[in-house]
Structures are given as C-alpha cells and as structure tokens.
Design a protein around this ligand. Structure first.
Ligand SMILES: NC(=O)c1ccc[n+]([C@@H]2O[C@H](COP(=O)([O-])OP(=O)(O)OC[C@H]3O[C@@H](n4cnc5c(N)ncnc54)[C@H](O)[C@@H]3O)[C@@H](O)[C@H]2O)c1
Length: 405
C-alpha cells in the first residue's frame, strides 16, 4: 500500500495499571491529534477489558477477550496472538504485561512484522535480551524499551552536564526508589513473587546511570530482605539494595523497596545523587517543591513532570496529558511513524535495508535492545548475587552475569 494517512494502528498487550494510567491516555491523545489510528487492547481476562471500557466510556477501542462473549474471570493467556494477527499494516505493539512475560510477546510481535514499544525492563534474562536483539536485528524491527526516567528533565540535565564535562570523572552516586506497600499487596498481588522492587523500579536508576554516563557495569553485589511481605504469605523481597561498580571504577548504590507506608506523601520516593571529580548533582525526584493539601486527599507531594493532566490549550473542556511518561511512549511512536513513512511503497528488500539503516542511526540515543540489555543484565545479576548470599557477580563480554570466585 503506498497511500497511508500516517496514523499508526496500535495494539496494547496487558490492560493493567500502566496501560490504564499512562499508555491508553497517551494513545487516545495521539489519536485525537491524528497520529494514531485504531486502538486495540489484549489482556488475559475479559474483566480487565470491561473495566477499561468503564474507565474510558467515550473512547473506542477493540478488546480481547470480548467481555460480551467471554466469561469475565476466565484466563486467556494467548488471546494476544489473535489480536496480533488482526493488527493492520503499520501496526505498533505495546507490551505492558508483567516483566517475566515480555519476551514471548515481543518475539511474537517481531515475528508478525510489527514494531514494538515494551515497558521496562525489556526482559529479565540476558539470554532473552540477546534473542530479542537478534530477531529484531534480522527483520529490521524497532523495539524500544520505555525507560521513561530517561525523559525526566532532571536526568536529562545530569546527562547533558556530565557530557559537557562539568562533573568530571564519576566517583560515586546514590539512587533511591521506594514505593508504597499497596504495589505488591494489591496492584501486583498476582505476580510480585516473580519480580522485586529492584527489577520493577530500581532498574530505572541502573539504566539512568548508564544513560547519563555511557558507562557499562563491571560487577555488583546485592542484598535483599524478606520481613514484611512474608507475614502476608508472599515469598517476595520487601527491599533490595545493590552496589554496582562500573567499568571506570565508579560506584552506584541503589536502594529500593515496595513496602513503604500507605501514608507516604506520594506513591514513590525517588532521587539521585552523583559525585564526580569536578562537581556533584543532587535531585529529589519525589519532592519537586510542589504539593497539594486537600480535604479530599490530604497532603500530596506532586510531581508535575511525570504524567499529569492539564487543561487543554486547544480542546476546551478536555485535558492534555504531559510529562516524561508521555514523551517516552511518543518518542517510540514518532520513530516508528518515520520508519514506516520512509519505507512506504518500497519493495521489501529495499524497505528492509532502509529500516535497518534508520534503526542503526537511532541505536546510540535510544533504549533499543542493545542499550536495554544493560538494565536486564543488572537485574539478572542482582538476583544471582542475592541467591548466593551477597556474592559478587561480574559481567562477561555478552553482559551475561557470572559469579565471582
Ligand atoms: N515505564 C514505567 O515506568 C512503568 C511503570 C509501571 C509499570 N511498568 C511496567 O509495565 C508492565 C506492566 O505493569 P503494570 O503496572 O501495568 O502491571 P499490572 O499487573 O497492573 O498489569 C499487567 C497486565 O498484564 C495482563 N496480562 C498478564 N498475562 C497476560 C497475557 N498472557 N496476555 C495478555 N495480558 C496479560 C494482566 O492481566 C494485567 O492486566 C511491567 O513490565 C512493569 O514493570 C513500567
């Protein structure tokens, strides 16, 4: 087809928290602005689709499984394949399922010839990251991992000033990211034992250090505690800490937890401190010096930079979603649209060459699989270190984690 209006059809796989709160509002806004076409959502249960239909009553999207036809609580772990087979040309697949399921869905999307945006982390195993890298590389398919912290202006500022040389050479840094206990107890009750506060949120800061400095990790040691969640019958870590040594000898300490008090003033405590030979950077990513105190919600630290609704400038009575959560997904959609436009109407052999060239040019600045690999490797090494009672784990040439003797 050489005629195309530039609207990307999008299939979202997984209809949970991030899809409801960030991905779908982003897609509906992009659809309103004429950049996204048909939207579909495939989740495991029809009840999830029914819930999303209630949350977005005025929006049109196709749901799999169809709540009008399927029992609401029945599990359909492979229904996304039916949705994939029905996704039209120029289709984009957004994978927003639990971390340990990303690989099968990313590979299925690549096989079906669709570009992908996958929620972070790309996957949980280095071997799987290599599989994805290979499959995407061969077919010239774009696979962006949504590491939205890369779009946080505070982190972009740190990167810019580091690259200017203002911090000098890195010495050490400290990152903290901790969420309320409702995450493992309610939101992720079904899969928290397959993940952890490090894999789920800590990886943002492992990736941020790599993004800012371009340095690769050399080795790490990690610790974990099981004290609170086990009282609730969950075999999951309450908190995990990792000390990562990078290839230049600098060290980053990352502190993570997901059992913070329900009374915390925001869902997430987070921030980053960096010290170099020529200067330091310090940013509290929770307390942006902006808060509300209301009778309805009490005291809230308010991060206006992540993903917030504002009165729309151009659509009175509607909202504009804005922030780094939005920018990150839209970066993927825009890249994909450019690739699709550049290859429109070209014979497949030429289209493949153009796709590969365009993706190679984006490789240095985006969380494409070769960059997302770093977060996956650190996640896997953290697990390995903890499983071996805090032994050091180093990375080999393929970034595979190896226990140190
Ligand atoms: N970019 C970010 O900063 C950010 C923030 C939050 C979550 N995430 C990531 O997004 C992903 C989803 O997180 P969430 O918070 O929405 O979790 P969630 O548990 O709320 O949602 C996951 C959804 O996937 C569905 N699902 C499970 N198996 C499926 C299958 N076989 N087929 C189709 N759907 C299936 C579940 O039913 C659920 O609706 C995770 O990888 C998480 O780490 C990223």
């Amino acid at each position: 087809m050489s005629q195309w209006d530039g609207r990307l059809p999008v299939l979202v796989i997984g209809g949970g928290m991030i899809s409801e709160e960030v991905i779908l509002p982003t897609l509906f806004q992009e659809q309103r602005e004429g950049r996204v076409g048909d939207i579909s959502v495939a989740s495991r249960r029809a009840a999830t689709i029914k819930h999303l239909k209630e949350v977005f009553p005025r929006k049109e999207f196709r749901g799999y499984p169809d709540p009008e036809k399927k029992a609401l609580a029945e599990s359909h772990p492979h229904i996304y394949r039916e949705a994939l087979s029905q996704l039209k040309d120029h289709g984009v697949v957004i994978v927003a399922t639990p971390d340990h399921l990303h690989t099968e869905m990313v590979l299925a999307a690549i096989e079906a010839g669709h570009h992908v945006i996958v929620e972070k982390p790309l996957c949980l195993k280095v071997e799987e990251a290599h599989q994805i890298m290979e499959a995407a590389g061969e077919s010239g398919i774009y696979v962006l991992t949504d590491f939205h912290k890369r779009h946080d202006p505070a982190i972009r500022a740190a990167k810019y000033r580091y690259v200017q040389g203002d911090l000098g050479e890195m010495l050490h840094g400290h990152a903290w990211i901790e969420e309320k206990r409702e995450m493992p107890l309610k939101v992720f009750a079904r899969w928290c034992e397959h993940s952890s506060s490090f894999e789920y949120i800590g990886v943002h800061y492992a990736d941020a250090y790599y993004f800012i400095t371009g340095l690769k990790p050399k080795r790490l040691v990690a610790f974990g505690q099981k004290k609170y969640l086990k009282r609730d019958g969950k075999d999951a870590y309450d908190a995990i800490q990792a000390v990562i040594e990078w290839e230049d000898g600098s060290v980053l300490f990352i502190q993570t937890s997901w059992v913070c008090s329900e009374y915390n003033s925001a869902l997430t405590n987070q921030g980053l401190q960096l010290s170099g030979t020529e200067g330091e950077h310090w940013a509290d990513h929770k307390d942006r010096n902006c808060h509300f105190v209301t009778e309805r919600y009490g005291y809230e630290d308010y991060n206006p930079y992540f993903f917030k609704a504002f009165d729309s400038w151009d659509h009175p009575g509607e909202v504009d979603w804005q922030g780094y959560g939005y920018d990150s997904i839209v970066q993927g959609l825009n890249d994909i649209r450019r690739i699709e436009q550049a290859t429109l109407g070209k014979p497949e052999e030429e289209a493949l060459r153009i796709r590969k060239e365009m993706i190679a040019r984006l490789e240095g600045t985006r969380a494409l699989p070769s960059q997302a690999l770093i977060g996956t490797a650190i996640n896997e090494a953290v697990r390995l270190s903890i499983a071996n009672k805090g032994r050091f784990v180093r990375f080999d040439e393929g970034m595979y984690p190896v226990l140190e003797e």
